[in-house]
Design a protein around this ligand. Structure first.
Ligand code: ACO
Length: 324
């Protein structure tokens, strides 16, 4: 029996676009440096009226419309974010109320850039046990609110946005590698690497929100090793060949990480969906955003075998293989 099925996808981006050239007016950087080291050309940045919840709600509405189902059929919302509207309650509950599907399960998951992979697995597990029938799985972030805009080593890397999928519980007819559904997911964490990528604030420590701090080159090295390992794990567990994978939808941190990971596994670069040039790193939103882009532009079609993968602070990392 396969896992839950993706019925639809959606995404939302803040109105304002900030180019590399604009950032170069604020900090000592250049379009050439950012493009060469990361592949990023621009990012979207939330305005005062845009929050993680408003972006998440817009992405969720788009996913519901794409799936052709009503919000009232949703009885589970799992929202991945590191930038919630409030410390509590969960931003998922705000989204639930905005969509008018109150009464079901709604909570947030904190796994930073891997958050969507964690949220997808948790939702899939709950759907498989029968705790819920239809889920919205959302990745939504406003990282611009936790960036130190004076720190050129981090502020050029991130952007804001949201992506969502509607996930249906597996049906009884849903068996075999060719049937739609999540075939295999694997998640990992290594808390010993906490200090390589973290936010230097929080309710229980500083009582401030804090700013992103990162040792970029070390994160880069761990990312390539961990992502290649979890992709190999999922491929072996699912019993598919690398060549059978139609598309890889990776977390969009840095074009060089995407290239290096694909190369390590022998995946052709033209099978890797890349949006980091337009969106930068939107943390938990990046995988569902890229998935939606590649579905809407016609690249990812029903029946395709799609690998999602991500790594982020913690460290946390994971991958999911899905028949669309
Ligand atoms: N503009 C100009 N120069 C800069 C900038 C900037 N924005 N940022 C750093 N530099 C300088 C550094 O100060 C350094 O100067 P120095 O040699 O005089 O000391 C030089 O550029 C090289 O810096 P490095 O940090 O070694 O550059 P590197 O090639 O490693 O690129 C980067 C940095 C882009 C952060 C890279 O390490 C990276 O992408 N790491 C992965 C981090 C990441 O993606 N994190 C996101 C979250 S985790 C995840 O999603 C997987």
């Amino acid at each position: 029996m396969n896992g839950s099925r993706i019925l639809g996808t959606g995404s939302a981006l803040p109105r304002r676009v900030v180019t590399n050239a604009e950032l170069a007016e604020r900090v000592d950087t250049s379009d050439e440096w950012i493009t060469a080291r990361t592949g990023i050309r621009q990012r979207h940045v939330a305005g005062p009226d845009e929050t993680t919840a408003t972006l998440a709600t817009a992405a969720a509405r788009a996913a519901l419309a794409d799936a052709g189902v009503d919000a009232t059929s949703i009885d589970l919302i799992v929202l991945a974010t590191a930038t919630p509207d409030n410390t509590f309650p969960a931003t998922a509950t705000k989204v639930q109320d905005s969509l008018g599907c109150n009464g079901g399960i709604a909570f947030d998951v904190a796994a930073v850039c891997s958050g969507f992979l964690y949220a997808l697995s948790v939702a899939d597990s709950l759907l498989k046990t029968g705790m819920a029938k239809r889920a919205l799985v959302i990745g939504a972030e406003t990282f611009s609110r936790i960036l130190d805009w004076e720190d050129r080593t981090t502020c050029v890397l991130f952007g804001d946005g949201a992506g969502a999928v509607v996930l249906d519980a597996p049906g009884t007819d849903n068996a075999g590698k060719d049937a739609p559904g999540i075939l295999c997911s694997r998640l990992h964490a290594d808390g010993a690497q906490h200090d390589l990528l973290y936010v230097d604030g929080g309710p229980s420590t500083t009582q401030t929100v804090g700013h992103v701090r990162m040792k970029g080159p070390e994160v880069f090295r761990h990312a390539v090793v961990n992502l290649a390992a979890v992709l190999r794990e999922v491929i072996d567990e699912a019993g598919v060949s690398v060549d059978a994978i139609d598309w890889v939808v990776p977390h969009q941190a840095n074009a060089r990480i995407l290239d290096a990971t694909a190369k390590k596994l022998g995946i052709a670069p033209d099978k890797v969906v890349i949006t980091v040039d337009r969106h930068a790193n939107t943390s938990a939103a990046s995988v569902p955003l890229a998935l939606d882009v590649a579905r809407k532009d016609g690249r990812i079609k029903a029946g395709d075998l799609v690998m999602l993968e991500a790594m982020g602070g913690g460290f946390t990392w994971g991958a999911s293989l899905i028949r669309m």
